[in-house]
Design a protein around this ligand. Structure first.
Ligand SMILES: [Mg+2]
Length: 125
């Protein structure tokens, strides 16, 4: 069981992730953009962040860069449909470059998520 911060601007995705993660007895904290995500990370010190990349206010890449400065060991699983507003730009490789432990492309299923979460938590320990 781990404490997991879920950051996504889409309510449906947060609801789905919370449901899936709670099936595995994880504790879930939710944020809807990188600004709230960053603040909640500092306040709650979760074991893992699962974050969307394209979000208003502060995107996932900026949040990750900011948190890395203060918490070099922050454990992050990035999720994204891949494209930006035009769908032409793929953000997932960028997430890897700035230190995400792993990336998951939307849409993903329960098994893929479970596997990626276990891997990320294993690496963090
Ligand atoms: Mg989004």
């Amino acid at each position: 069981m781990a404490k997991i911060l879920v950051v996504d601007d889409e309510l449906q995705i947060r609801v789905m992730l919370k449901y899936m993660l709670e099936q595995d007895q994880h504790d879930v904290i939710e944020a809807q953009n990188g600004t709230d995500g960053s603040r909640l990370y500092r306040e709650t010190q979760p074991d893992l962040i699962i974050t969307d990349l394209v979000m208003p206010e502060k995107n996932g890449i900026d949040m990750l860069l900011e948190l890395r400065k203060d918490f070099p060991a922050v454990c992050v699983l990035a999720i994204s449909g891949g494209g930006g507003i035009t769908g032409a730009f793929d953000y997932l490789p960028i997430a890897k470059l700035v230190g995400a432990s792993d990336v998951l492309r939307k849409p993903f299923g329960m098994q893929e998520l479970r596997e990626a979460v276990r891997k990320a938590l294993d690496e963090a320990r």
